[in-house]
Design a protein around this ligand. Structure first.
Ligand code: DQA
Length: 144
């Protein structure tokens, strides 16, 4: 099984950006966590991060026919991007939405998630652990 983990804008700044909200662990730590989980569970994982909406759309499209599951934290594009929603719908790959912070307890403008409509589940507020929980869900979905 191959899982693609996609992170949107500013998530490369983890550890530096608003640590009271997103924690002190860095983006590199997140990448290592995902790789270790994949190795332990005998699956493949690829991590991709971009600050650009079109690059995120391109990466989702490239997953067609190559990835069995997608974990996506679209970051700020969660609340604005119909293009990312359409891309996930277009490829038809089981996708889980992840947020490090609990967006349900934050500002009004974070209460809308466009991508949620195309996702089999949302994990919000579990910190970095949310990513491996999402990978577990995708493995279950695939019958592993
Ligand atoms: C986020 C929540 C978003 O509202 C925010 O724009 C982010 C990160 C999270 O992981 O908690 O950049 O997706």
């Amino acid at each position: 099984m191959k899982i693609l983990v996609i992170n949107g804008p500013n998530l490369n700044m983890l550890g530096i950006r608003e640590p009271a909200i997103y924690g002190a662990e860095t983006y590199e730590t997140l990448c290592r966590l995902i790789s270790s989980f994949a190795v332990e569970h005998g699956i493949e994982a690829e991590v991709f991060q971009s600050n650009h909406e079109g690059d995120l759309v391109d990466r989702i499209q490239q997953a067609y026919g190559t990835a069995d599951g997608i974990v996506i934290n679209p970051a700020a594009y969660t609340h604005t991007s119909v293009a990312l929603l359409d891309a996930v719908k277009a490829v038809g790959i089981p996708t889980v939405e992840v947020h490090i912070s609990d967006v349900s307890k934050r500002e009004d403008f974070r209460q809308i998630s466009y991508i949620r409509r195309a996702c089999i589940a949302t994990i919000s507020g579990h910190g970095l652990k949310g990513y491996t929980e999402a990978m577990e869900l995708l493995m279950k979905e695939a019958g592993l």
